[in-house]
Design a binder for this molecule. Sequence first.
Ligand SMILES: Nc1ncnc2c1ncn2[C@@H]1O[C@H](COP(=O)(O)OP(=O)(O)OP(=O)(O)O)[C@@H](O)[C@H]1O
Length: 244
Amino acid sequence: MDQAISIDQLTKKYNEKTAVDNVSFSIQKGELFGLLGVNGAGKTTLIKMLCCLTAPTNGCASILGYDIEENQKQVKEIIAVSPQETAIAPNLTVRENLELMAGIHGYSKMEVKEKTAHMIAAFSLQPYENQKSKTLSGGWQRKLSIALALISEPKILFLDEPTLGLDIIGRRELWALIEKLKEKTTIVLTTHYLEEAEALCDRICVMKDGKVKAIGTVKELLSMTNTGNFEDAFVKIVTKEELG
Ligand SMILES: Nc1ncnc2c1ncn2[C@@H]1O[C@H](COP(=O)(O)OP(=O)(O)OP(=O)(O)O)[C@@H](O)[C@H]1O
């Protein structure tokens, strides 16, 4: 099976508001998949459903063959999410945050130490390991947030706006890190930075008003919209009623 995520007519309604509207597509194993759209397009709601954080109103989805409603336990074991609002405990040090998260995943004392040491090394967090997390720069907080998500060695990683608010240097450092993760992990990334999606993603899905408006590689999206750069393609996709 090469599919990591399979989504079939997934819908989420909040009272009268349809946040995700009959969405169907699949993501291949090892893909770095971008989810784009203007504010309120439904990206976060879609991710929340795939992470079993909110139940669909209609439709279904599976992660590595596990149904997001029927097999929540298995789904939660193979995914991790680095949310928009960071999951860091501000008054704990970098090391304590990592140890706490490893403990939450039920690792033994020895494993907690090993995994924490591994993450500190992998993310070059050594200079900050004894520093309270709230005193880290935005970029290092984001890195720690991703390290926390990865401590359970998930097969699928959801990154919700991982570089929000970072300067271009911080963003590029995170890009390099995300590219490295790609070798081992299927990644679903949401972002408002078009150049980020263009630089990192194998395929991109553009959503608007809860619906999928276009899906494909950057090259395919340019050709679909008959445009020469990704920003023009994106604008055309989200402003035109129908493409083609
Ligand atoms: N808990 C909720 N209750 C009611 N409406 C909600 C709730 N969560 C989201 N919505 C609505 O659903 C729609 C989609 O929101 P969502 O946060 O999924 O969009 P998004 O694409 O992630 O937006 P952004 O880029 O701003 O983060 C929006 O109109 C939002 O107001």
